[in-house]
Ligand binder design. Structure first.
Ligand SMILES: Nc1ncnc2c1ncn2[C@@H]1O[C@H](COP(=O)(O)OP(=O)(O)O)[C@@H](O)[C@H]1O
Ligand SMILES: [Mg+2]
Length: 392
């Protein structure tokens, strides 16, 4: 269960409240923070670390710690890269820093998820994440991981080349071991497993946290669109920090404004399940207030309920046309670009791009046209000519 949303909306609080409620219902639960600015320990008022800590019966928590990950999970790669850089004359400290390759943090978090899943270590994994932009990078990462591991191979191959060119130093230059290259290949395989986990709506669900405020709503709409682009199932929206009707005269204007925004939220995000939590009068920290928040959001509903299993992308044949249909709410047709590159269809929305690997029957065909219908992007493929698939 992945909670995401704009900074400050209450992701950490709602994630912690969800995990607590799930644990109290008897689910073996782990709460995992992937936000480098960890605040789960503040929320629970408990010291946490990069290693799994037990909070109470059925509830564990971990705040991914990159330094720890580097020294354990990425040890081989880090050791090799820094010894290589040192052999080329770079000093020890900078070479160690250079060994942090982009994407390692994101991958670490996803590898935990994969590991929990494989070991069946928990019934529920609740992920508290960094604000939306960063989380989108996290969620789109498995898709680009092939590209990434290729790059990593490339980096190491280039290192070997440089080593050969540096006359006289060849003997002292460490070369990547078979094991290391094997590690990188294995990483690619693992990322494919992660991808399967993330894309299975029976396993993974994304919940957006929003406040009844204009800027927050707008960012949430964008986030929703991009999640759909990556074919991730967003199943619920939690409207947090709603001011109660009886808040008094001081809040009169605020309440009127809020009414408008709540209406916009309801209309915009339909048919997502919308859950609500009120602004608490006191600071929201500690187990007690998290219990309160959990009750407000879920009432008697099991917090692990799959509110939706719908996938944003569907592929079907209609009237001789092969069609890819992608739910892209809040998207203007002008902001979408489509390209076909080999067996891949590139869909570009705003700053985000997804490469959809086409089923073999599609790959041979040319996209015929695309249109927007009821918030869905329909991409039609011309039936294969020899097969005489009828109308075009
Ligand atoms: N329903 C609520 N009532 C009162 N305070 C809240 C509520 N939800 C969140 N807060 C407070 O708002 C601040 C931001 O919440 P947090 O969960 O850390 O947001 P995020 O993780 O999205 O940045 C925290 O101080 C938290 O205690
Ligand atoms: Mg947070």
């Amino acid at each position: 269960m992945i909670y995401t949303g704009k900074g400050g909306v209450g992701k950490t609080s709602v994630a912690a409240a969800t995990a607590l409620k799930a644990a109290r219902m008897g689910y073996r639960t782990v709460l995992m923070s992937t936000d480098a600015a960890h605040s789960v320990s503040d929320s629970l008022e408990l010291p946490l670390s990069g290693q799994i800590t037990t909070v109470e019966k059925n509830l564990d928590a971990i705040e991914i710690d990159m330094l720890y990950e580097l020294e354990t999970r990425w040890k081989e790669i880090q050791r090799y890269v820094s010894s290589f850089l040192m052999s080329q004359g770079m000093d020890g400290i900078s070479s160690k820093e250079m060994a942090v390759l982009p994407g390692m943090e994101l991958m670490s978090a996803l590898f935990y998820v994969e590991d929990f899943y494989k070991r069946d270590a928990y019934d529920v994994v609740v992920m508290d994440t960094a604000p939306t932009g960063e989380t989108l990078r996290l969620l789109s990462f498995p898709e680009i991981s092939e590209w990434y591991t290729e790059r990593l191979y490339g980096v190491f191959r280039n290192m070997m080349k440089i080593a050969r060119m540096t006359v006289g130093k060849v003997m002292s230059t460490p070369l990547p071991s078979e094991e290391l290259l094997g590690d990188i290949a294995a990483m690619g395989d693992r990322m494919r497993d992660v991808q399967k986990i993330l894309l299975d709506p029976e396993v993974t669900s994304i919940r957006l946290v929003v406040n009844p405020e204009k800027m927050v709503i707008n960012e949430t709409k964008r986030a929703f669109t991009y999640m759909c682009l990556y074919n991730l199932t967003v199943e619920a929206l939690i409207v947090n920090r709603v001011i109660p009707q009886d808040a008094g005269d001081f809040f009169k204007e605020k309440l009127e404004e809020q009414e408008r925004y709540l209406k916009i939220i309801n209309e915009s995000f339909d048919p997502l399940t919308i859950l609500k939590a009120y602004q608490l009068p006191s600071e929201l920290v500690g187990i007690r207030s998290l219990e309160k928040l959990g009750d407000m959001v879920f009432g008697d509903v099991d917090p692990t309920t799959h509110f939706s299993r719908e996938k944003p992308m569907e592929i079907y044949t209609n009237d001789g046309m092969d069609i890819i249909s992608l739910n892209l709410p809040f998207t203007m047709r002008e902001s979408v670009n489509l390209y076909k590159a080999g067996d891949n269809l590139l869909v570009e929305v705003g700053h985000y791009r997804r490469s959809i690997s086409l089923p073999t029957t599609f790959a041979k065909q040319e996209p015929k046209r695309a249109e927007f219908k009821d918030g869905r992007l329909l991409i039609m493929f011309q039936g294969d000519e020899d097969g005489g698939r009828g109308k075009r």
